[in-house]
Design a protein. Structure first.
Length: 472
């Protein structure tokens, strides 16, 4: 039987197509919608998320949800279905491309960094009577920072206990420690496919094996995952649930809840990489898997790398039942995290500037997505398919019959860089796909530099067409 939220979303889309609901019309709030259609808040959220995924709703921060038409190319990328198996991720698989190239790495543009406000916080934290440079940091992290993080996320309906948070040197650092305390070299870890290439590289360097699980239309193949848990094929899971890199989509609340239940039932830890959580294009952030974790089997990891600055290297983890082993690992290997940085970020969050900054960049990133969709729709072959992210910094492109590796070798000559699809798999999949960062504006009205980026994207699209023409 089709889920209620899917039935409801399909009915609303049909009403839009028939003209009963008009483009630009404002939708009721989530709460009013749930009352109007006599469904739960969770069903209403899932309905809106499905319509966003398909391009029928546009979330405007501080304003609500508005009916729209799907971006340029209507068809979403197609993902293969396969029987999952244990594989070995390859070490040193990734070429040494420029780290900060606009389309290659998922980063917000330097123009969006809150540099002035951060500098003020740094000056204030260092001017206080206590000389931070003469102190060793606490292994668990600055208590004031943990408190401000707890209050910040609790305001977003995700209550966190400051006593259970541990501060780390970024999200990848938190994930590395979580992998170390839950698994051993040679163990297999379940991931969604396609999976962020940086995670596959991390697992390879830690001598862990991988079990890729099919992911399509915001749905992870939970039947296959449960089979692996039941038969102990895997020791842990390494998953993202919100604005997942590289597709930009979210798992449904139903799936998140089921994952937390499965982790408890089969005593299989889930390491949750939630670094894009706060980059939702709507004013309401989705909830992580950790929200439904009542038994401590989910280790929730995140950071400020995507929202404030990647160079400060500050993140955190709520490791659940693994708190003691996680903290012991940190105290032996890392001796704490840079104290002045912790203090400055506490100031930034506690003062309310972080939330203000988030609201600002969400609006700009949503505009970026529309600009990228419009440009790509107008310049790629008609067969191309684009993901429609609900948040985050990346977009996934599929062009049937494309050889993405060959395309990259041509675009590099023009100083245009991106990530090819096969970097996101250990199975040789996604050869006709590539991922672009959308954190930089391409609006020609902004500056000549951004206009240059739009010209590079057009050039990329032309090279895609040229390759397809040569194949025919």
């Amino acid at each position: 039987m089709t889920a209620k939220y899917i039935q409801l979303a399909d009915k609303l889309i049909s009403d839009i197509e028939s003209g009963h609901l008009k483009t630009g019309q404002r939708m009721p709030s989530i709460r009013k919608f749930s009352i109007l259609y006599e469904v739960s808040i969770t069903t209403a959220l899932n309905c809106f998320q499905r319509m966003q995924d398909q391009g029928w709703l546009n979330a405007k921060p501080q304003s609500g949800f508005f009916i729209t038409q799907p971006f340029g190319i209507k068809e979403a990328p197609k993902f293969p279905q396969f029987i999952s198996k244990v594989t070995e991720p390859l070490k040193n698989k990734f070429s040494s491309l420029p780290v900060n190239s606009p389309f290659h790495v998922s980063l917000i543009s330097p123009a969006l960094f809150p540099e002035q406000a951060l500098n003020k916080c740094f000056r204030h934290s260092m001017s206080q009577k206590q000389n931070l440079s003469s102190l060793y940091p606490e292994y668990q992290g600055l208590s004031a920072l943990r408190r401000s993080l707890s209050q910040h996320f609790s305001m977003q309906y995700f209550p966190l206990d400051e006593k259970k948070l541990i501060i780390t040197n970024g999200c990848i650092d938190a994930l590395r420690t979580a992998i170390e305390v839950t698994t051993n070299p040679g163990d297999a870890i379940a991931v969604a496919s396609p999976c962020f290439s940086g995670l596959l590289e991390l697992l390879a360097n830690m001598n862990r094996r991988v079990v890729e699980l099919p992911f399509s239309q915001s749905q992870l193949d939970l039947d296959q995952l449960e089979s692996h848990m039941k038969h102990k094929t895997i020791t842990a899971c390494l998953l993202s649930a919100n604005h997942i890199n590289p597709q930009g989509l979210c798992l449904s609340s139903v799936q998140k809840m089921k994952l937390a239940e499965m982790a408890k039932q089969y005593k299989t830890p889930i390491i949750e990489d939630d670094v894009y959580l706060e980059l939702s294009y709507s004013k309401t952030c989705p909830l992580p898997i950790k929200h439904w974790d009542k038994s401590g089997w989910v280790l929730w990891c995140s950071s400020i790398s995507k929202t404030i600055s990647p160079s400060l290297r500050l993140g955190w983890c709520e490791p659940g039942r693994y708190f003691d082993s996680f903290l012991k690992n940190r105290s032996i290997q890392y001796f704490g995290v840079n104290l002045p940085i912790q203090k400055a970020i506490h100031e930034f969050i506690f003062s309310g500037q972080y939330l203000k900054h988030l609201n600002n960049i969400r609006i700009k990133l949503q505009k970026n997505l529309r600009d990228y969709h419009e440009l790509l729709a107008n310049n790629l072959p008609s067969s191309a398919r684009l993901s429609t992210p609900t948040g985050g910094l990346v977009i996934w492109i599929q062009v049937p019959n494309l050889n993405a590796d060959k395309l990259l070798s041509e675009t590099i000559k023009q100083n245009i860089y991106f990530r090819t699809g096969n970097q996101f798999s250990t199975l040789g999949l996604y050869q006709d796909c590539f991922r672009l960062n959308i954190g930089w504006s391409i609006s020609s009205a902004d500056s000549s530099e951004k206009n240059l980026l739009s010209q590079q994207l057009i050039q990329l699209c032309q090279l895609v067409k040229l390759q397809l023409d040569q194949n025919t």
